[in-house]
Design a protein. Structure first.
Length: 131
């Protein structure tokens, strides 16, 4: 199991803030299929959120400890029914390609930060008052 320093944990919490849960654990608990999905999520994202549908806080804590032991990961945060898990990518594996949300395609230097063609800038409410 990986141990994190407080500074690393703080930085990972900030990175995980905007993430949505990738895996959800229901009544069946931690099945081999769920463990495989968590492993796949960690391989592709290295930082994931997991939602647990259980009201037992001690059970959720045991669950996050079990996941971290099985997958050699680190527990970043456990708030309510949300667990945040981190496992660094192995050396030499490529980082996932960034995608542009608007087009769904890869972000390149040419398209980064440029507005779409064919659309004019929106006029604000104040711009109509002076005309």
């Amino acid at each position: 199991m990986i141990t994190l320093t407080p500074a690393q944990r703080r930085e990972l919490k900030a990175r995980a803030h905007h993430l949505h849960p990738v895996v959800m654990i229901g009544d069946a608990g931690l099945t081999p299929t769920v463990v495989r999905e968590i492993d796949t999520g960690l391989k592709s994202h290295e930082l994931i959120k997991i939602r647990v549908f259980s009201d037992d806080r001690a059970g959720r804590q045991a669950l996050i400890d079990d996941i971290c032991m099985r997958l050699d990961a680190a527990a970043v945060q456990h708030i309510g029914k949300i667990l945040v898990i981190y496992r660094p990518r192995p050396e030499g594996s490529p980082a996932p390609a960034r995608t542009d949300r608007r087009t769904g395609g890869a972000v390149t230097d040419k398209t980064a930060g440029r507005p779409r063609r064919g659309k004019q800038a929106r006029r604000t409410k104040r711009s109509f008052q002076g005309a």
